[in-house]
Structure formats: C-alpha cells, structure tokens
Design a protein around this ligand. Sequence first.
Ligand code: NAD
Ligand code: WQD
Length: 345
Amino acid sequence: MSTKHTSTVIVTGGAGYIGSHTIIELLEQTNYNIVSIDNFSNSNQDTFDRIEAITGKKVLNLNVDICNLEALELAISKVKNPIGIIHFAAFKSVPQSVHDPLLYYHNNLGSLINILKICQQLQIANFIFSSSCSVYGNVEKLPVTENTPFQKAESPYANTKQMGEEIVANYTKSETNFKSVLLRYFNPVGAHPTGLNGEYPRSRPDNLVPYITQTAAGILQKLTVFGGDYDTRDGSCIRDYIHVSDIADAHVKALNYLIENKQKEATSIFNLGTGNGVSVLEAIKSFEKVSEQKLNYEVGPRRAGDVINIYANNDLVKKELNWNPKYDLDAMMLSAWKWQLNLGK
Ligand code: NAD
Ligand code: WQD
C-alpha cells in the first residue's frame, strides 16, 4: 500500500457512526484518497481526530449541507478525480421521523437527489447507498432475503429508505455508465475494536446497545427490556446485531466490486447482517459477561411498533462480495463497552 491512488472516494456522512468506521477501513484497506462531506448535524469535528488516532491519517471534510445543491457543487468542484460515492448522510431516528416527517423527507431524499445530480454532472459511475432492514417492515417469513417483499413502511424514516432505494434504482436504470449497490443494514452496534471510535453519544439513546452501556456507566439509571411476553425463546424481541466494523468492511468490498465491474446487475442489493437472531436478554447476558458486571435492568411493557423477530439471510453478500462478518456478539458488546469507558462516565 505504498503509492497513493490518484482517485478519490467521497464519503457523505463521514463524521457519523458508520461513515467514520468505513473511512477507517478505506484508509486501512485501500489507497484511495478519501474526502468526507458532513455538516455535523448529528456528529462533530472530533471524529476526524479519532480517525487520525487510529489510522495515522488526516481526512478532509467538506462542511456543507448536501441539501444545498449550489454549496455542494462548489465544494465538490475542488475534489480531484472522484471515482465513487458512498452515501451515508441522512437522519436516522425512527421516533423523530414520526414526530417531524417533513424534516426526514427533506433531508434524506433531498440529499440523495442532490448527490445523484452530482454523479450525473461529474460522471461518477460507482454509488453505494445506506439502506436499512426497516425497508422490509413486518415480515412473515424469516430469515429475510433480499427478495422478501416490502411491507408497508412502519415510519417516515423507513419510508425514506424504501423511496431512496427506488430513486437510486430508477436513476441507475436511466444511465448506461452508472452502477449502484444498496446495502440493507440490520442492527449496527459496537465500536472500533480499539475503543477509540464509536457512536456519537446523544443524551438519551433510543437504541439498545448505547442504552446498555450508558446504564452500566451510571449515566442512565436502569434499562427497561421492552416486553418479556413475546412468542420468542425467552419472551424478548429478536434482532440481527452486526458489528459496525463488519458493516464498514462490506462497504470497501462493495466499492471494489463496483470499480472492478464484478456486479451482475446495474443495481445490486445486499443484506448486511450476521444471520443470527439474538434476543434482548441474550444481548444483556453477553454484555454482563464481557464487562464483568451486573446490569441494572427490568423486564417492562412492550414498546409500541416493535418488530418481534427479524434477522437476515446473508448468503448473497457472502457469495457476491466474499464478505464474512468477523465479530461475534461478545466482541460487539466488548467494543461498545470499551468506547463507553473511553468516553468517560
Ligand atoms: P449518523 O447520524 O451517525 O451519521 C450520519 C451523518 O450524516 C452525520 O454525521 C450527520 O451530521 C450527516 N448528515 C446528515 N444529513 C446531512 C446533510 N444534509 N448534509 C451533510 N451531512 C449530513 O448515522 P449512522 O448511524 O452513521 O447512519 C449512516 C446511514 O446508515 C444513514 O443513512 C442511516 O439511515 C443508515 N442506517 C443506519 C442504521 C443504524 O442503526 N445506525 C441502520 C440502518 C441504516
Ligand atoms: C433493539 C431491540 C427493542 C431499547 C432501529 C430502527 C431501524 C434501524 C436500527 C436504522 C428491540 C429493545 C431497545 C431499550 C429494549 N435503524 N430495546 N430496551 O428498533 O431494532 O431498530 O435501529 O435504519 O430502522 O428501527 O433497534 O436498538 O431500538 O432496539 O428492550 O431501552 O432492543 O425493543 O427489541 P430497532 P433498537
């Protein structure tokens, strides 16, 4: 990896949780020049110090709102030889999207349309879009394959992902020299194995793993397990938790797949999950084991709108991208805990 590539990969949302881990993998596994575009609406500049601490490399970030086409065009005009775009930038809180749907349609779809306009203007041929298992809605048959039909989106957020996928697929069809990959993440969790980079902490997280680590750190008092009477092996809900560095690694593989023209279809779609369903109580048990402490939790009422059980069939991504998740549940929990300890209590 001695000579630096002359081509640039643009990562939108590069200061965010998954974008920053993907930048780390790109810096470690490829020679591409990396440029991030992030307006820090849900992150901050410190991410780039953390990336540098892990990789020893500085990354340029263009601080623009991707919904502002003029500002975006101006910023990107300075990027040399853009070869591909990985588009993470979006808002991602399900409850916030229910409360303020217009914010979500504007930001998630507006930014996507603008970034595709940039691809068109600059003839950038390789595009990766962050999608989500939430596109499937409440499915009847498990595990979920890429061909499992979508049910109605359960939230405006999920709807932006269903619509976003269609926008990318429609645009791909209309351009002969454009190829895309849609990656449907299941439940990304954990932090870089060094514990030096992880999810930017919000005061009160909605998601399970930051809720666990903040409870263990004494920031939150008690974790409530949302429902203990579901028809599952221990009564709690089941999800497919996947380590963020495995998700990041899949992006590097997807990018190479596109650049090396290995794709079978103009738009390829892959589930990113481990294929293992894990219950909330099993996740807590794993956390207690690796952190060597008891977690203060109680089984409480169900959370409205929760899917009972969902996990991925990941055969296609394993075969096509030669991707294999490396981290098991204990490693996910340990890295999340290391990151929490690094943040302080
Ligand atoms: P994140 O909020 O940590 O990162 C998103 C980044 O995009 C943030 O740094 C934010 O500042 C930036 N951003 C948002 N809107 C922008 C705009 N208009 N202009 C410039 N920058 C903007 O979220 P994440 O967890 O890293 O998620 C990344 C992507 O993956 C999102 O598209 C999300 O919907 C998708 N996804 C996330 C999960 C998850 O559980 N984390 C699951 C499935 C899919
Ligand atoms: C996981 C499990 C909860 C908190 C969301 C989005 C989805 C995707 C990933 C972006 C559930 C239980 C949680 C708590 C609990 N994001 N839980 N106590 O709901 O699977 O998915 O994030 O695309 O679109 O909907 O993730 O982490 O909120 O919940 O018992 O305090 O943990 O009931 O079973 P979810 P989550």
